[in-house]
Design a protein around this ligand. Sequence first.
Ligand code: LMR
Length: 394
Amino acid sequence: MSFENLGAIPADPMLSLIQRVASDPRDGKIDLGVGVYQDAEGRTPVFDSVKQAESHLVRTQSTKAYLGAGGDAGYVEQLTAHALGGNLGLRGIQTIGGTGALRLAGELLVRGAPERRIWIGLPTWTNHEPLMRAAGLRIAHCDLDDPARGGLRHEVLLDALRDAPAGDAFLVQASGHNPTGIDPDPALWQAFADVAVARRLVPLVDLAYQGLGAGWREDVAPIAPLLERVPRLLVAYSCDKNFGLYRERVGALFHRGANPEETARVHDHLLAIARVGYSMPPDHGAAIVRTILADPRLRAQWRAELDAARDRLASMRATLACRGRVGEVDLAALAAGHGMFAQLPLSAPAIQRLQAEHAVYLAPSGRMNLAGLNAGNLERFLAALEAVQRRSAA
Ligand code: LMR
């Protein structure tokens, strides 16, 4: 096998979008692409609480010696207490972002039962399926799109799970659904827990935006039925967004087996998978999160910064929803969603023209990051949205 046998592959949709936005020289480009928070001035600043935690670490950290494959145990402990609200028999390990947590989860699921499938409702984050496939899992899809109502039918996944064989896994996003912003309602979460218990399925919950959707507690409350009632489960957590630590890549994988002995074995397998993948996770981001969460004053400051980011997203969503119809796009529908994302029903040529003619960047699916809009560019965005649809209709 030589490198000559490696064929060309398509670029990753999100990573290539980041490159295209960065290399666009036009003034006033509007970046509604990658899921990174921007403030009202279009910047992605380092949180003040993060800066303070970093200064504290520079002053006090006395060693950079290895911590081990599980990373910073204090970080995992703080996150368990503050994010999940208690340990509920869960254990966790530090991971390389939420993506790293998902990959470890996928590999663990394959080790546990190579023949099992993971059920994924579409649309979903563009990397979910490639990640699970790369981990060696078999995938089963459900189409959740609801063109008639313009929403998302999470209940289609639920129905499919009623016939799934014991041991299968399913992927659900806790809050701020990527790419649509439309989450399952509370009754559906109860039903997901019921089906997981009845059919002995393993939920893999992706919790990547806690605090940026409906609220800090509100974003985790819906998954309480899973956390409280399903014996075996996995939760992939990301601190990249809610601490603004994107490039530090800081996440965690929480897990629980059917009893403490099984949980301990799962933990050992996760450490072993990490060891042969990257050996140990990097320290800095997790040390920052631990420092913030362990200090009541810093924690309060960080929460205020996070709340301000969430409020800005919610008010931009409300502003857009008030505009009602722009061409064929009913912005009023955005009011049903939460968090950073909404999916606009635009054709591929319209998305392409937004980019080429107006320097407005959406993800290829029509997903938009609401944080990219502000008082200075909102009207330009709406005018561009209208113009590209007029052109399509002409
Ligand atoms: C996104 O969905 O835009 C982010 O999670 C970034 C990524 O890695 O795709």
